[in-house]
Design a protein around this ligand. Structure first.
Ligand SMILES: Nc1ncnc2c1ncn2[C@@H]1O[C@H](COP(=O)(O)OP(=O)(O)OP(=O)(O)O)[C@@H](O)[C@H]1O
Length: 237
């Protein structure tokens, strides 16, 4: 469900980093509503740092972030979550000693929305329904990734930030993840900023792409016939 012309996320002149170092050195990036933008780049180029900056987990040193035309610069993660931002982080953020059900339930403010939210994510990842009482820490790496994505979808975010969700995941599960992301985009117009190393997966779902290098957007474009070769040029060692 792409809505021509409407910008969902607008990042302008964003600068952020750690200590004395700017990791993000003045980035501008716009994503139209309902689209998936794949953000690629070699290790350590600042992809996670950019997501954390948008999610309010790292203070901005300069620049602005807009959501649907509203200035959300400096908002706390809790306020951003309530405003419709979702985040599926790279490092496993699950409560390892809690069950699948409790990990999913914790994404919601109260239990009233639990049943329909569970039904939605079970549609994408049926194994969750069969193992509701299994502790998250005993799931395989790929299963944990599916649980992380499911948890980030429980609140039906308008804009989802996804960090290397396909890392270490077998191809059939990567396909399931792709179907879940595309399903939410098509069903209700979710917009996604997708940080990825898996170029095949990224281009199987993305409408557009950008390559991050040393804190700058090196190149960006539509996902057309030339996209793969252009991105590979930047990812070469
Ligand atoms: N908490 C931190 N304190 C200091 N430096 C950090 C911190 N987190 C990340 N960095 C540094 O910032 C740079 C960018 O890291 P970041 O994790 O954003 O890169 P990335 O593009 O996501 O990399 P990868 O693909 O390896 O996940 C790296 O040089 C990293 O060492």
């Amino acid at each position: 469900m792409r809505e021509a012309g409407r910008t969902k996320l607008a990042i302008a002149g964003l600068r952020s980093g750690y200590g004395a170092t700017d990791v993000i050195a003045g980035i501008s990036l716009e994503i139209p509503a309902g689209e998936i933008c794949a953000l690629m780049g070699k290790n350590g180029m600042g992809k996670t740092t950019l997501l954390k900056s948008v999610m309010g987990l790292l203070p901005l040193r300069e620049g602005r972030v807009g959501l649907d035309g509203e200035d959300i610069t400096g908002w706390t993660p809790a306020r951003l979550l309530a405003r419709g931002l979702g985040y599926a982080p790279q490092e496993l953020p699950l409560f390892q000693d809690l069950t699948i059900l409790d990990n999913l339930r914790l994404a919601l403010r109260d239990d009233r929305a639990l049943a329909p939210a569970l039904e939605r994510v079970f549609g994408y990842f049926p194994f969750l329904a069969e193992r509701l009482n299994q502790k998250a820490g005993t799931l395989s790496g790929g299963e944990q990734k599916m649980l992380i994505l499911s948890r980030s979808l429980m609140l039906q975010p308008d804009l989802l930030l996804v960090d290397e969700i396909s890392e270490g995941v077998q191809p059939s599960v990567v396909q399931r993840i792709a179907r879940a992301l595309l399903g939410e985009c098509e069903r209700r117009g979710m917009t996604v900023l997708l940080v990825e190393q898996n170029l095949g997966f990224a281009l199987s779902v993305a409408h557009r792409w950008a390559v991050l290098k040393l804190g700058h957007i090196q190149e960006s474009g539509e996902n057309d016939a030339a996209a793969h070769a252009r991105i590979m040029e930047h990812l070469k060692i």
